[in-house]
Design a binder for this molecule. Structure first.
Ligand SMILES: [Zn+2]
Length: 279
């Protein structure tokens, strides 16, 4: 119980850093310095006013200097990050899986909010993620039933589980990034305006997701992300004037779906295979 609480506090602190990434990376600013400033008056935030969650509550969501209100998104991101790290710890304990899925989850949280707020999926985050996803596949096996089956069909047998896991990660990348690139290209030729449908950020995001999750969970992510987008986007677009012709952040839906797939995806796939009689 005590350890869970300390893990949660660490998560809150990481959440503070995620806020910095979310607000600075889309502008191409440094995430290391300068110190956090009030978005209204520009006064640097003192260390004691920068305690996750607590400072926001104590200051009632206002800057100590200019009294203008601070977005509730800051404490929300801190809370989400705390819960993410806690959930990952409860599921995996202190293992390599814990590191893999906490870092993956935090990268997803950054992209969920940069896409939601600015419609930007920074390449700095996705390229770092792709590098990390493929590297950590040598430590934590990536689910690869489908990619291994494909390799066997082509007459190739990976010599070790590490090689199999790495190839599963690469296969996930090709599936995730490739399918989005293909859809984007088709739209480009059909309509001559690919950017309106799928940006290259989405391609990079799905390449990253594929490198961490492998083929099956990447497919599930695409399916759930599209479903979520349709369930939320279509009704709002047709009933609410404000959302008429709204540019939906597809990356946000995909990010939420990828987060879900990392924790509950295998259970969903097992359930589907059972009810469909495939296993
Ligand atoms: Zn201020």
């Amino acid at each position: 119980m005590m350890i869970s609480f300390i893990v949660f506090l660490f998560g809150l602190a990481f959440g503070s850093f995620l806020n910095v990434c979310i607000h600075r990376l889309p502008k191409g600013e440094s995430i290391v310095k300068p110190r956090s400033r009030c978005p209204h008056c520009g006064k640097p935030v003192a260390a004691w006013d920068n305690i996750p969650l607590l400072s926001y509550l104590v200051l009632r969501g206002r800057c100590r200097n200019c009294q203008k209100s601070i977005s509730p998104l800051y404490p929300f991101v801190e809370l989400l990050t705390g819960l993410l790290i806690l959930l990952t710890y409860r599921q995996f304990g202190f293992t390599a899986e814990f590191i893999k899925f906490s870092v993956f989850g935090m990268l997803l949280l950054i992209l969920i909010f940069t896409d939601l707020q600015e419609r930007i999926i920074p390449h700095a985050v996705t390229i770092f993620g792709i590098f990390l996803g493929t590297s950590i596949s040598w430590l934590v096996p990536v689910e690869g039933a489908a990619s291994t089956w494909l390799l066997h069909r082509m007459g190739f047998f990976p010599p070790t589980w590490e090689a199999e896991s790495f190839l599963a990660s690469v296969a996930g990348m090709i599936l995730g990034g490739g399918s989005f690139y293909l859809v984007g290209t088709v739209f480009y030729y059909l309509k001559g305006k690919r950017k309106d449908y799928l940006g290259f950020g989405d391609v990079m995001l799905m390449t990253m997701v594929g490198s961490f999750l492998g083929m099956s969970l990447t497919l599930l992510t695409i399916f759930l992300g599209s479903l979520l987008g349709a369930l939320i986007g279509v009704p709002l677009e047709y009933t609410t004037k404000r959302f008429h012709g709204y540019e939906w952040p597809f990356g946000t839906f995909l990010g939420v779906a990828a987060l879900f797939s990392s924790f509950g995806g295998n259970a969903v796939i097992d359930w589907y295979l059972r009810v469909s009689g495939l296993s």
